[in-house]
Ligand binder design. Structure first.
Ligand SMILES: *Cc1c(COP(=O)(O)O)cnc(C)c1O
Length: 378
C-alpha cells in the first residue's frame, strides 16, 4: 500500500527547464521573470496591478502598510485561519481583533464582523478559507460606510471565483501564497494585487528596501545611478528562479482547478450516503478551488475527528486536522484580542479534518479514502 498524502504539488520537466534557463541567463534575483510573472498574474486575476513578494505573509504585511494601517489601529481577523493572518496586523503595531466565522463556509460574515468591530477598527482581513470565497460584497456593506479597508487574504484561493470574477478582483488589496500546500507553488512566494496604482507602486518600493531605483534597473547601466532609500523598507523580493516556476504553474491552473473540483464532487457524492459527516461545498455566491477539502465530523458519526484521523493513518492515508484557531495559540493566548464569541471557530477547529486532494490523485486513491470513511462509519 502506498501513502496517500494530503497534498502533492504538480511540478514537471517544464519547471526544470524554466529554472535552467534562468540560471543560464546569469540573472537569478528579482528581474525580468518576476516582472513577467506579475503581468501574467494580474491579467489572469482580472486586477490592475500585481507585486510579487517572498510569501503571502510578507504580502499581507505590505498590504496593511499601503492601506495606512499602523500603531493604535485595530484590525478584525478571523481566528479560524493560519497564524499569518493574525500576525500581519501585529507586524505594523496594530492589534488583531478576533472574529468568529460562519459554520457553513468557515468565513467571516457581516454578523461575525460586526460583533468584533471596535471604535478603532481601521481594516479587516477577509480570508477565503481553504479556497471558499468570502462574501465580499456583504462585508463591504458593513465596512464601506465606516471607512474600513478590506484586505483579502486569498492565500488559498487562486482559481476560486466570486460572483463570476476571480477571487480578489474586487478587493482594495489582496494577498496570495505560492507555498507548496497551495494550488500553485514557487517553493515559497507570494503576490500582492490591487486596483490602486499608488498602492502597487509603494508596495513595489517597500519590498525592495524602498530603493528609488530597482536593482534590476540599475544593472542595465554600466555606471549605475545613485539610489536613495525613501523610507524604512524590507527585503520581501521574489527571485527570477521562483517566478520562472510560477509562470509555468500559472499555465497549469485551469487543469488543476478542474481536476480538484471533479475529485471533490466524487467525495461529496460518496459522503452524502454516510451519516455524521459534512463536507465543504460551494457557497451561493461563487466556486471554490477546494484547496482544502474539509469534512466536519458530527456527533452522529461513530468516531470523533481524532479517531477518524487515526483510522485514516492506519490505511496509510494522511489526513490533517482542520484549520487552526489562532486565539488558542500561545502567541495570542495572553493578549487582548477582543471579546467576540468564537464558539463556531472552536467547534470547526475541533471537529474538522482535511482529506487528501491533489491534481494527480487517482480515482482508486479516492476510493481508498472513501472506503475508510465508510468502514469507520458503521
Ligand atoms: C498559507 C496561508 C498564509 C501564509 O502563506 P505563506 O505564503 O506561507 O506566507 C496566509 N494566510 C492563509 C489563510 C494561508 O492559508
Amino acid at each position: 500500500m502506498t501513502r496517500i498524502n494530503v497534498m502533492q504539488p504538480w511540478l514537471g520537466e517544464e519547471e526544470v527547464l524554466a529554472v535552467g534557463e534562468v540560471i543560464r541567463s546569469g540573472w537569478v534575483a528579482q528581474g525580468p521573470r518576476v516582472a513577467e510573472f506579475e503581468r501574467s498574474f494580474a491579467q489572469r486575476q482580472d486586477v490592475g496591478y500585481a507585486v510579487a513578494t517572498s510569501s503571502c505573509t510578507t504580502a499581507l504585511h505590505l498590504a496593511l502598510v499601503v492601506a495606512g494601517v499602523g500603531a493604535g489601529d485595530d484590525v478584525v481577523v478571523p481566528s479560524f485561519s493560519f497564524i499569518a493572518t493574525a500576525n500581519a496586523p501585529t507586524y505594523v503595531g496594530a492589534r488583531p481583533v478576533f472574529a468568529d466565522v460562519d459554520a457553513e463556509t468557515g468565513n467571516l460574515t457581516p454578523e461575525t464582523l460586526e460583533a468584533a468591530l471596535t471604535e478603532r477598527t481601521r481594516a479587516v482581513i477577509a480570508v477565503d478559507q481553504g479556497g471558499v470565497p468570502v462574501d465580499l460584497d456583504a462585508l463591504r456593506a458593513v465596512c464601506d460606510p465606516r471607512g474600513i479597508v478590506i484586505v483579502e487574504d486569498a492565500a488559498c484561493a487562486i482559481g476560486s471565483a466570486y460572483r463570476d470574477r476571480p477571487v480578489g478582483a474586487r478587493a482594495d488589496v489582496s494577498a496570495w501564497s505560492f507555498h507548496p500546500r497551495k494550488l500553485l507553488t514557487t517553493g515559497e512566494g507570494g503576490m500582492l494585487t490591487t486596483p490602486h496604482e499608488e498602492w502597487a507602486a509603494r508596495a513595489r518600493q517597500l519590498r525592495e528596501h524602498s530603493m528609488s531605483v530597482s536593482a534590476a534597473a540599475r544593472h542595465t547601466q554600466v555606471l549605475a545611478p545613485a539610489e536613495k532609500y525613501l523610507e524604512v523598507g524590507f527585503n520581501y523580493r521574489m527571485t527570477d528562479l521562483q517566478a520562472a516556476v510560477g509562470l509555468v504553474q500559472l499555465d497549469r491552473l485551469d487543469q488543476i482547478v478542474k481536476r480538484r473540483r471533479e475529485l471533490a464532487t466524487a467525495y461529496q457524492a460518496a459522503i452524502a450516503g454516510l451519516t455524521g459527516l459534512r463536507p465543504v461545498s460551494d457557497p451561493a455566491w461563487g466556486t471554490t478551488n477546494y484547496q482544502s477539502f474539509w469534512v466536519e465530523v458530527l456527533p452522529g458519526y461513530p468516531l470523533d475527528r481524532d479517531g477518524l484521523l487515526v483510522r485514516l493513518a492506519e490505511a496509510d492515508v494522511s489526513g490533517r486536522r482542520g484549520i487552526m484557531a489562532a486565539h488558542r495559540q500561545p502567541a495570542y493566548a495572553g493578549r487582548d484580542t477582543g471579546t467576540a464569541d468564537l464558539s463556531v471557530t472552536e467547534r470547526l477547529t475541533d471537529r474538522t479534518l482535511i482529506l487528501p486532494l491533489f491534481h494527480h490523485m487517482t480515482d482508486d486513491e479516492l476510493d481508498r479514502v472513501v472506503a475508510v470513511l465508510r468502514r469507520s462509519g458503521r
